[in-house]
Ligand binder design. Structure first.
Ligand SMILES: *Cc1c(COP(=O)(O)O)cnc(C)c1O
Length: 477
């Protein structure tokens, strides 16, 4: 496909600028360009076609099934975009006087109230811009807590080996040492191993439940009790809230603070780098350390307040506010019953799809899953030479997005599928048929899968190079 610069023809224009309605300013010569910028010149229809064509070169949740596990690429209702683009929310400035943005403050206030109810927390900050940023913020809360008690020996954060890579990374960035605990044969935390690593140096534990294997740890109360008895705090990675929202609350499982990924659970489309939102909720005793401003209400008037021992700020202004608008819309449109139904369907859909596949593919932990499950393709690879990567690339041939590959790290040749709650039985049946066909193909024509995808705009880029050194500039001659 040609770039705009390549289809540009000098003199072709399409811009109709409005008439100047302010006094014309003449800039000092030193601020002016010596030559015109080299911008593409294109007619409106060609520009429209260019972007339409471009949109066909990718795969989004609006194109088809997108079971990217641990990412929750679910369909987000249009109404959430609608409120998120309301001028009353978009045409404001963060430094506007509070009395002129009361509606916006109410959004933050209500969102905090509902999300605290859903998570079992007492206070929340909306500053963090994503899940990992929330983890970092939550760990700083834990750090502040121990410091405030002059308990400075607590330098370790315990993280299970099934954790998302951001957990150990955030703990390290927050100045802690990461202690790994292995999983038991059911995919949960090994309690005996956990008991061995807790002590006076334990600052806390980071855990997601259900974990990245899609399994709910039935020992959760015991786990958080062990940490608390050792004097540590418990941090809940809320990225998997899709499986449990409305049913069980991190606060009731013994967690002291939690982040949510509004862009996974609460209706903001993601991928491509944001914007996201990773609000951090905490129990009462940690509220004093929260960063930034939170909204208080008095006699129907909303205003910002800063916590007495606030850690300062972790991001400019009030975070990605429009993502919060979408989350609140999502919560209000679903209501209590809808939230409970969404998590129920997410779990039902994952179990349904798993059952459709497990006679052919090996399930990493063969038990009832939550909102996602992990296949282990070790056997298939030994038999046919076809890897998890080959199956994933092959799925693109059939018009569905690949599952997550090679994660979590503790499963060999892993494929992780999260169908999400919004998919119909027909879509799940069609996806199951595709994965079954891919299994057959692996036996009949492995070469075909080694070289897949065949029909996509690009086949197999060097993934590291593509992520680290993308060429985003056009070099004109
Ligand atoms: C996605 C995810 C994160 C990180 O969240 P981001 O918003 O991508 O920074 C952390 N933990 C788990 C389990 C996740 O799935």
């Amino acid at each position: 496909m040609k770039l705009l610069f390549e289809i540009s023809k000098t003199g072709r224009k399409q811009s109709l600028l409005p008439e100047l309605d302010v006094k014309e300013t003449v800039f000092d010569q030193k601020y002016l360009r010596a030559a015109d910028p080299k911008l593409p010149e294109i007619s409106e229809v060609d520009l429209d076609r260019h972007y339409t064509e471009l949109s066909k070169q990718t795969h989004g949740v609006n194109d088809g099934f997108y079971p990217l596990g641990s990412c929750t690429m679910k369909y987000n209702p249009r109404i959430d975009e609608e409120t998120g683009s309301n001028a009353g929310f978009t045409q404001i400035h963060p430094l506007q006087p509070e009395e002129s943005v009361q509606g916006c403050l109410k959004v933050l206030y209500d969102a905090e109230k509902y999300l605290c109810e859903i998570t079992g927390m007492d206070g929340m900050t909306f500053e963090p811009a994503a899940g990992a940023h929330g983890e970092y913020t939550g760990l700083l809360l834990i750090r502040r807590y121990h410091q405030s008690r002059n308990d400075t020996e607590r330098v370790n954060i315990i993280v299970p080996d099934s954790a998302h890579g951001t957990n150990p990374a955030s703990a390290t960035m927050a100045g802690f040492k990461v202690i790994n605990v292995p999983s038991n044969d059911k995919g949960g935390v090994d309690l005996e191993e956990l008991k061995k690593v807790v002590g006076k140096d334990t600052a806390g534990l980071m855990l997601t439940n259900p974990n990245t294997l899609g399994l709910f740890d039935p020992n959760i109360l015991e786990i958080t009790r062990i940490i608390h008895e050792a004097g540590g705090l418990c941090y809940y990675d809320g990225a998997n809230l899709n499986a449990i929202m409305g049913r069980v609350r991190p606060g009731d499982m013994g967690f002291d603070c939690v982040h949510l990924n509004l862009h996974k659970t609460f209706a903001t489309p993601h991928g491509g780098g944001g914007p996201g939102s990773g609000p951090v909720g905490c129990k009462d005793f940690l509220k004093q350390f929260l960063p930034g401003d939170t909204v208080k209400e008095e006699n129907g008037v909303y205003r910002f307040t800063t916590a007495e021992n606030s850690m300062g700020k972790v991001r400019s202004f009030h975070g990605n506010f429009l993502v919060v608008v979408k989350a609140l819309t999502y919560i209000l449109t679903l209501g209590k019953e809808g939230i409970i139904e969404a998590s129920g369907k997410a779990v039902l859909n994952a179990n349904y799809l798993m059952e459709q596949l497990k006679d052919l593919y090996q399930v990493a932990y063969d038990q009832t899953c939550m909102h996602e499950f992990v296949l282990c393709l070790d056997e298939l690879k030994k038999e046919t030479g076809v890897s998890a990567m080959d199956i994933a690339k092959g799925s693109l041939e059939y018009g569905i997005h690949p599952p997550t590959m090679y994660f979590p790290l503790i499963v060999h040749e892993a494929l992780m599928l999260e169908p999400t709650e919004t998919e119909s039985k027909e879509t799940l049946d069609a996806a199951a048929a595709i994965f079954r066909e891919l299994y057959q193909k692996a036996h009949d024509d492995p070469e075909y899968l080694h070289n897949a995808p065949h029909k996509c705009p690009i086949s197999r880029p060097n993934e590291t190079e593509a992520a680290r050194n993308p060429i985003l500039k056009y070099e004109s001659d």
